[in-house]
Design a protein around this ligand. Structure first.
Ligand code: PMT
Length: 405
């Protein structure tokens, strides 16, 4: 799921949360939207228009009476251009001026001239948000615009207060918009999706094991996104510290052999099988039933490892093979070459190449940045973004593999 094709007019008013709007503009663009920023004079006291020009590729608009800008896209054209107006942050002042129908700057003027749906992410001090005047404005705006309210969140505030009034995080705002558009159309409604996630643990003895740094976040984000978009999702998870996403059936496993067992049951006839798990290639040949003791005078302990079943390879060769099988390639060097090799060797439809030499993406981080290669020689570069947002972009790619529908 992406915001591909959406033209979002991002209205920024003057609050400290305006600094978060830079990240918001970046994430909206990454999700495929065209973004045009309109700033109030107050917003420019917190962040410069140049920042947004660099992030969106379009000059931010600031003035109502600007001859040069009006020669390009005039304020009425701007209002017509938008498929969605997103106000983030929306201050108490902006809400009040909107409700009063004022047109005293470019943003409020565009709002009056636009027929596009409106989404509002308020941000202000908790007492200002709770004030009866603001709440009356919220009520009034709900009647006037029927907007999508996103937040505000509760928590510590820049002014030192604690309470409701913080602008929602940029990733959450993007997700809320994606859900809004997904409700209208989803390639995943009714599809059966199976995802493996997390590490496996290969026992050495009852207290020790071989494992890796996978947190499960990438696989869980994919399972969550697919379920949100209407798929029936089975998530086969190694040992991780993550909550089960809403609407997802979860099967917990420990070892690669357990994961292979669960996959053989869940995978047949699925529409999509995604191997996001970091499966141990080898296990200890003879794990001990008892804890192994340190032996005095013995400096070495040799373990014999034997190969584990390759789950994704096995799934891609099942009689009732899923319609599409997707692997991840976690590599520290020659990422692209190894990814193409795995795509062919494991009989996959897509491979998601993950450069795990970096610490800011991949294993155990909130973000990821990947390149997807397809068996028809497709290539999609998906820039760094939270795994929760990237998961939707990946599903958009995989949805292209169902051309017959
Ligand atoms: O879990 P996170 O912290 O969010 O991190 C995400 C991730 C880095 C773990 C994930 O994005 C990722 O790259 N997963 C694949 C890790 C991996 O094991 O890659 P690989 O190149 O060794 O394996 C290639 C593919 O074969 C993978 O789809 C893997 O699931 C699969 N495989 C590997 C070995 C095996 N015995 N069976 C398998 O199915």
């Amino acid at each position: 799921m992406s915001l591909q094709g959406q033209r979002i007019l991002l209205g920024i008013s003057g609050g400290i949360a305006a600094y978060k709007s830079a990240e918001l503009a970046r994430l909206l663009s990454k999700a495929g939207a065209e973004v045009q920023v309109v700033m109030t004079p107050g917003a420019q006291a917190f962040i410069t228009p140049l920042t947004f020009q660099a992030l969106t590729g379009r000059p931010a608009r600031t003035e109502l009476l600007d001859e040069d800008a009006e020669q390009g896209m005039g304020h009425i054209e701007l209002a017509r251009w938008a498929t969605l107006v997103l106000l983030a942050p929306a201050t108490a002042s902006l809400l009040a001026r909107m409700r009063a129908g004022m047109a005293d700057d470019l943003l409020t003027t565009v709002l009056l001239a636009s027929q596009a749906p409106v989404a509002i992410a308020p941000a202000m001090n908790q007492a200002m948000w709770a004030h009866a005047a603001t709440q009356a404005n919220v009520q009034g705006l709900t009647e006037l615009y029927d907007p999508q309210w996103i937040g505000p969140d509760s928590g510590d505030q820049a002014c030192g207060d604690f309470g409701a009034g913080r602008m929602s995080e940029p990733a959450a705002i993007v997700q809320a918009l994606q859900e809004r558009f997904a409700e209208k159309k989803s390639a995943w409604a009714g599809r059966r999706v199976v995802v493996t996630a997390g590490p496996t643990r290969e026992a050495i003895d009852p207290v020790r094991y071989l494992s890796n740094h996978s947190s499960g976040r990438m696989g869980f984000a994919l399972a969550e996104a697919a379920a949100r978009q209407g798929a029936q999702v089975v998530l086969i998870s190694g040992p991780v510290q993550l909550a089960t996403p809403p609407g997802v059936e979860r099967i917990d496993v420990e070892s690669a052999q357990d994961m292979w067992q669960a996959a053989q049951t869940a995978a047949p006839k699925a529409d999509l099988f995604i191997g996001a798990a970091a499966v141990a290639d080898y296990r200890v040949e003879n794990p001990s039933d008892q804890k192994q003791k340190k032996q005095q005078g013995k400096n070495e302990w040799q373990l014999t490892l034997v190969q584990n079943p390759d789950i994704i390879d096995g799934v891609s060769r099942l009689k009732d093979r899923p319609k599409q099988v997707v692997g991840f390639a976690a590599e520290t060097q020659d990422v692209e070459r190894y990814a193409w090799d795995k795509l062919a060797r494991k009989n996959l439809d897509w491979i998601v190449a993950n450069d795990v030499s970096r610490t800011d993406i991949g294993f155990n981080s909130d973000d990821n940045e990947v390149t997807v290669f397809g068996r028809q020689n497709e290539r999609y570069d998906i820039g760094r973004q939270p795994k929760s947002v990237l998961a939707d972009a990946l599903l958009d790619v995989f949805a292209r593999g169902f051309p017959e529908d």
